[in-house]
Design a binder for this molecule. Structure first.
Ligand SMILES: Nc1nc2c(c(=O)[nH]1)N[C@H]1C(S)=C(S)[C@@H](COP(=O)(O)OP(=O)(O)OC[C@H]3O[C@@H](n4cnc5c(=O)[nH]c(N)nc54)[C@H](O)[C@@H]3O)O[C@H]1N2
Ligand SMILES: Nc1nc2c(c(=O)[nH]1)N[C@H]1C(S)=C(S)[C@@H](COP(=O)(O)OP(=O)(O)OC[C@H]3O[C@@H](n4cnc5c(=O)[nH]c(N)nc54)[C@H](O)[C@@H]3O)O[C@H]1N2
Ligand SMILES: [Mo]
Length: 762
């Protein structure tokens, strides 16, 4: 990017609108995606089309002719690009040379076209035929112990591919399933599971039509779930209230111009989404929500004395919950001064939030990574549930919890068995249906797997998509740990840095994308995915594959399984030849998927059973549980007073580790990513102003600067930001993160609360 194109400014337009339309067109053109393929966009998220690989927000029942959004267009044109990474490309670019390129440049080379094997003597990837690749991988896997192998899944994998993948790994003999959900919503699975008996959200789209208050905590829908803005717009237009809790003021949550509304587009109209914003400090959520509950309890005590209507729903609590007394005790023990400094907002603001909350009858709490990616991620999630339970906002229409999940099928992958701790029911069911033995020992999550590589306990990595090395914290530990492996297999659509850590036996296997036609023995195939609201629906690709040598993910898994397990009683060829048979098998093993093939025929698919949404709590006690908070996001004992807490965040032009472009439109950043976000006050006390250049250094547990973990040369961008807080982009800022800073309950890294010091660069 040229220097003169770099700009840091203030964006005061609405989210969406013409900016989104222009960005769509620019993206399609820059990817050289043929116009014919771009028309495919119109089929995205339509009844017979393919599911958008962009996000996991559900499709409305009444689809507009073009149910797409700016970031969906980016995700699709990224996949349908006509640029190619061929064997000739690899011959001309040794791995060492590719390593010097940025993550942005690596993926910009285009789609992988051939199966490749790394050749250590020439330091290049060289073509190999599929059969030889499968046989060599199978042979190496047979020489290893199953417990030494890690089977990673990134959340674009379909239910069909994921089910076959876990079946293969379990028949082989391991539960080592590191998964991208370990990096985002494992605290949701764990926290909601303990609190309400199901590790998923409880609301559906129709609940947003009934809710009178929607609380948005720690998520950024304008960028990460843009189609959600259309839902929030409807809530706002019919008089529902939306409030947000976020250290940053995110434009998408303030004002939205709907690209599919002629009035908005032609007359420059827009809808105010949220006007009440609670700017808590990074890592302050558990303090803030305990403060809100304290204010409610105090107010309720007064009401009881004065005989005015109760603030807390004691009837609901007595009938449907357990643990209220313990929660109350833990909250009574807190001083307001502690709460104010932990949350970074005043008691008055907290009381104001409690008043808004208690003035509404049907409340949905939405949340994202601002809640989960902390040392207390699981307990953060549980504080949101406590808040809802205090007023019976669970198990009824218009109320409940709504985690904004990440990858478009991350929730489905977990539903069909990508789980390092499977239940005994699931194990027995797999054994019975397939006549195999599966392991009982629990396996590794993502953080465990990297630690096992480091120790030398695990020696092989199979990746079903994703960019594990770059997505994980702590490249100083993660990269060398992966580089020493004996076997790496990457099933991918595009080249990324994880592939460049190749060492001994490394294979790069190119897969069909979701937009592409998948023809198997039984004809054209559909796959299925599950969105954030437990809706399961079909996705059918229609475009010509990027290369004739691509294989579908189910076919690749079947090929690996056959070559690794020659004695397997499972008919892998039949399963991968007809995905209806895979769905029959899923149905046989997991009863919630009954009549699977029939039910996906319905427009929009079907909803998996969600007992908590009808007030049935399948917890150990059969009741919804109040769970107090015992861990804090930040332990500031020993930290220097001038420290800041840093969150890593996504720009508008990126999808996780995939960088589409250098702009972050709604935050006023153009042409660059070497930026830190800081409030005017935090800048002033450090003698800094807009455009100054700083170094950011991570602090270790003792509060000492870690010289190696430094992010140099970041330009200060002054924005509306909470006290004590600073933000920078992933993955560049991952150098600051420690593989040891995790939520111990879910093993999710604390990507959003890293203690740092900043110093001016002279
Ligand atoms: N276009 C696009 N779409 C995506 C993705 C993408 O990268 N690009 N990624 C996908 C994936 S895998 C996921 S998991 C989701 C992620 O979607 P989100 O959950 O929205 O993730 P982030 O952008 O990382 O962070 C969300 C917000 O958390 C706020 N935040 C930071 N720290 C705190 C805190 O301590 N407390 C509170 N309350 N808020 C805080 C930040 O200011 C930011 O607004 O999006 C999915 N969709
Ligand atoms: N610092 C910091 N780090 C983070 C986060 C954070 O907030 N802060 N967020 C974390 C989160 S929420 C997540 S989910 C992880 C993401 O971790 P991953 O899911 O591992 O990473 P992605 O960047 O989504 O993966 C991109 C790669 O996926 C491959 N790919 C894309 N589509 C397909 C497909 O259809 N099939 C196959 N086989 N491959 C495909 C391409 O090769 C592409 O290069 O990152 C985590 N890392
Ligand atoms: Mo994610």
């Amino acid at each position: 990017m040229k220097e003169n194109k770099q700009r840091l400014s203030h964006y005061d337009g609405a989210a969406g609108g013409w900016g989104a339309v222009i960005a769509c067109a620019t993206q399609v053109i820059s990817q050289k995606a043929p116009v014919r393929d771009t028309i495919a966009l119109f089929k995205m998220n339509q009844v017979k089309g393919f599911d958008c690989p962009g996000c996991a927000w559900p499709d409305p029942d009444h689809r507009s002719p073009m149910e797409l959004c700016e970031n969906g267009v980016k995700a699709v044109s990224w996949e349908t690009t006509s640029k190619k990474v061929t064997p000739e490309f690899f011959a001309a670019h040794p791995v060492q040379a590719l390593w010097k390129q940025s993550d942005y440049e690596l993926e910009q080379h285009g789609r992988l076209t051939h199966p490749m094997k790394y050749d250590i003597t020439t330091d290049t990837w060289q073509p190999i035929d599929w059969e030889t690749a499968f046989n060599e991988i199978g042979k190496t896997l047979r020489q290893l112990q199953p417990e030494q192998v890690e089977f990673y899944t990134s959340g674009r994998t379909s239910n069909e591919a994921a089910f076959l993948y876990q079946l293969f790994a379990r028949e082989y003999g391991t539960n080592n399933f590191p998964d991208c959900s370990n990096m985002c919503h494992s605290p949701t699975g764990k926290g909601l599971g303990e609190s309400i008996g199901i590790g998923k959200g409880t609301v559906e789209l129709s609940d947003f039509e009934a809710a009178d208050l929607v609380i948005c905590v720690g998520h950024n829908p304008g960028t990460n779930h843009p189609r959600m803005l259309a839902t929030l717009r409807e809530v706002a237009r019919r008089g529902g209230k939306i409030i947000s809790v976020n250290p940053l003021r995110e434009r998408g949550l303030e004002r939205f111009s709907f690209p599919q509304s002629p009035t908005d587009m032609l007359l420059g109209g827009s809808t105010e989404i949220s006007n009440d914003h609670f700017q808590i400090r990074i890592g302050g959520d558990a303090w803030f929500f305990r403060g809100v509950m304290k204010a409610m309890i105090e107010h309720d005590d007064e009401s009881q004395k004065n005989g005015t209507p109760e603030i807390i729903d004691h009837g609901f609590i007595a009938a449907q919950t357990l643990g209220y007394e313990a929660l109350r005790e833990s909250i009574d023990a807190l001083e307001w001064s502690q709460i104010e400094s932990g949350a970074g907002v005043t008691r008055e603001e907290i009381v104001h939030f409690a008043e808004i909350y208690t003035a509404h009858q049907k409340v949905i709490v939405c949340y994202g990574l601002g809640i989960t990616q902390h040392r207390n991620g699981t307990q953060n999630v549980q504080q949101l549930i406590n808040l809802l339970l205090l007023r019976g906002n669970m198990g009824r229409e218009g109320a409940g919890i709504c985690p904004l999940r990440g990858h478009s099928n991350v929730q489905g992958d977990r539903s069909v068995g990508i789980n390092e701790e499977p239940s005994e029911d699931f194990n027995l069911s797999l054994e019975k249906h397939f006549g195999i033995k599966v392991p009982r020992k629990h396996g590794h999550s993502s953080v465990d797997s990297i630690r096992a590589f480091e120790r030398g306990d695990s020696r092989a990595l199979i990746c079903m998509g994703g960019n594990l090395a770059v997505a994980m914290p702590d490249p100083l530990r993660t990269f060398p740990a992966i580089r020493k492996l004996e076997l790496q297999v990457h099933v991918a659509t595009k080249l990324n840095r994880s592939h460049l850590l190749a060492a001994k036996n490394s294979y790069l296997l190119p897969a069909l994308g979701r937009t592409e036609r998948d023809i198997q023995q039984a004809g054209i195939q559909s796959v299925t995915v599950e969105d954030s609201m437990s809706m399961v629906h079909a996705s059918t690709g229609s475009l010509k594959p990027a290369s004739p040598w691509l294989m579908s993910e189910p076919a690749i898994v079947a090929g690996l399984a056959k070559a690794t397990l020659p004695q397997s009683p499972i008919n892998w060829k039949a399963l991968s030849g007809d995905y209806r048979l895979i769905r029959n098998a899923i149905e046989a093993v997991i009863p919630e998927f009954y009549d699977y093939n029939q039910r996906i025929e319905a427009p929009g698919g079907f909803r998996l059973d969600n007992p908590a949404s009808r007030g049935e709590y399948r917890t150990a006690t059969g009741k919804a549980m109040f769970i107090p908070c015992t861990t804090e996001a930040i332990d500031d004992q020993g930290l220097p007073p001038e420290h800041l807490v840093l969150a890593t965040i996504r720009s508008h032009d990126q999808y996780n580790t995939t960088i589409y472009g250098m702009n972050d439109r709604y935050r006023g950043v153009t042409g660059r990513r070497d930026v830190v976000f800081l409030s005017v006050n935090e800048a002033r006390v450090r003698g800094l102003k807009q455009g100054d250049v700083v170094n950011v250094a991570a602090l270790n547990e003792k509060g000492e600067i870690s010289e190696e973990r430094t992010l140099p040369d970041q330009t200060v961008h002054i924005v509306s930001m909470a006290v004590g807080s600073i933000a920078a982009y992933l993955p560049e800022a991952n150098i600051l993160l420690s593989l040891d800073a995790v939520d111990e309950q879910s093993m999710t890294p604390a990507y959003k609360s890293v203690p740092v010091l900043i110093t001016r660069k002279n």
